[in-house]
Design a protein around this ligand. Structure first.
Ligand code: TYD
Ligand code: MG
Length: 452
């Protein structure tokens, strides 16, 4: 009889330890360790040791088959996945509760069912009636789709194997549990067990499975981060619950590129694709206003134009206030320091608020020059011509460095009717063809600020 052992897991990254620790040595998060009873070593149904008949193969003898992809009927999602769902793959869709994960996957189920595929939607969160009510909101199901409300992993496995669907949604991983383990549903070991079982079912039966996982900041429920390394594809659904726009971001993809994004809008009848995010993000933009500039950021292979707003005004506090929404706070502070030191702006006595419009979040260095120009424009109280877009990375010396994808960025600006572009001089020199748009190459921020 194996003795019950207690182990501790980090609920953020899944790091295992025999004793409790305040800080996780792997991901450096504090207070994330949770106690769990380890399963006895002799549990049945666990991963089997490799078959003895298996032998290694020469790489030249391996033939590659083009992986088969199924369209989800949602172009934004297909692009993030790299061209559709790969059969037999396991994907994870993470995001805050209420962001729209169930809605998105139900829409995928509807599209696939309508295309004549066999689809099974398993929910541990909602009743059949609730799902039906949601389904009525998002549109008609012309074909049959199987629904199953259950949380027991054994039952779920049996139903999948019995019905043999092509596509399965498991909503959500935190509600599913295996009776073989003693810990509660949502704990690290349960979440891992459910995921590894689903992985096996997906691979052995060539079924594409999507798992929904809520991202939790802390607490006993294991975050989906613990299973990122176990699945083929990881998508995160982000955005403010209050804002209408939702961004679907690929962070891991064994069958395609990552960092592609899909943009959606939550409407009364489900999630709508935003086909031209630049146009949407720029709608309602104030014209001829100081502190407002348009930048171009590459999200994966796609250039997106977005407005940056800055408000700089003399402070009436002891300590000037600074905030950054949608952009890294430290980056804004750094760029303000560059403006002070290299151009001589007196920003020490000013409050500064920098916002990205539309609830987007950007981390690309190519928006540096845009942030600088927005701050300078507000500080000088002078507007930049509204038909100008800006991109370029800024270094600590105030130099403007080249960024990748210059051509694509210029093309997108041209498409949306922009007439001028402030960009790194090095990018101008690297251009192969002359665009119709007026290019203003700069090699340091002083040159750029001359345009204000
Ligand atoms: P949901 O998909 O349940 O989120 P998750 O599965 O990520 O927890 O959707 C959450 C919100 O979306 C909910 O508050 C209601 C809203 N919603 C709409 O605005 N329109 C719709 O058509 C639907 C189905 C939901
Ligand atoms: Mg849900």
């Amino acid at each position: 009889m194996a003795k019950q052992k207690t182990v501790y897991f980090c609920s953020e990254c899944g790091h295992e330890s025999s004793k409790w620790m305040g800080q996780c040595p792997a991901c450096k998060q504090w207070n994330t360790f949770v106690e769990e009873k380890a399963a006895p070593a002799t549990r049945k149904g666990g991963a089997k040791a490799g078959k003895t008949s298996a032998s290694p193969m020469n790489i030249s003898q391996i033939t590659i088959q083009e992986e088969e992809r199924i369209s989800t009927g949602i172009r934004e999602l297909d692009r993030v996945l790299g061209g559709g769902i790969v059969t037999g793959s396991l994907s994870l869709v993470g995001g805050d509760p209420g962001i729209g994960k169930s809605t998105l996957l139900l829409q995928v189920c509807r599209n696939m069912a309508n295309a004549g595929r066999k689809v099974l939607y398993i929910s541990g969160e909602e009743s059949m009636q609730q799902i039906k009510m949601r389904a009525e909101r998002i549109g008609t199901f012309e074909q049959e789709m199987l629904l199953f409300c259950e949380t027991d992993l054994e039952e779920i496995s049996n139903v999948i194997l019995k019905t043999k669907p092509e596509f399965v949604v498991l909503d959500s991983i935190q509600t599913m549990y295996s009776e073989e383990l003693t810990s509660a549903a949502g704990s690290v070991s349960q979440v891992r067990e459910v995921t590894s079982r689903m992985m096996r079912i997906a691979k052995e039966n060539d079924i594409a499975i999507f798992i929904v996982g809520h991202v939790t900041k802390e607490g006993v429920v294991a975050g989906p981060r613990t299973l990122e390394h176990m699945v083929d594809t990881v998508l995160y659904f982000e955005g403010e619950r209050e804002a209408a726009y939702r961004i679907l971001r690929g962070v891991k993809n064994r069958f395609g590129s990552t960092n592609e994004i899909g943009v959606f809008e939550m409407c009364g009848n489900g999630l709508m694709e935003v086909e031209n995010p630049s146009k949407t993000m720029l709608s309602g933009r104030p014209l001829d206003a100081s502190g407002s500039v348009v930048v171009c950021s590459m999200e994966g292979t796609r250039p997106i134009l977005i407005e940056i707003q800055a408000l700089v005004s003399p402070t009436s506090f002891q300590m000037p206030r600074r905030t950054a929404v949608g952009i890294d706070y430290n980056r804004v502070n750094l760029l303000m320091a560059v403006l002070e030191k290299r151009v001589g702006y007196q920003l020490g006595g000013c409050d500064a608020y920098v916002n990205l419009a539309g609830g987007m979040r950007l981390g690309e260095p190519a928006i540096d020059l845009g942030i600088i120009m927005a701050i300078a424009s507000s500080y000088k109280n002078t507007a930049l011509p509204e038909d100008t877009i800006i991109f370029g990375e800024v270094g600590l010396v105030g130099e403007v460095r080249a960024v990748s994808g210059g051509e694509a960025r210029i093309k997108e600006a041209q498409k949306l009717g922009f007439k001028r572009c402030i960009l790194p001089q090095a990018n101008v020199e690297a251009l192969k063809s002359r665009p119709r748009i007026q290019l203003m190459g700069v090699s340091n921020i002083r040159e750029a600020l001359d345009y204000i």
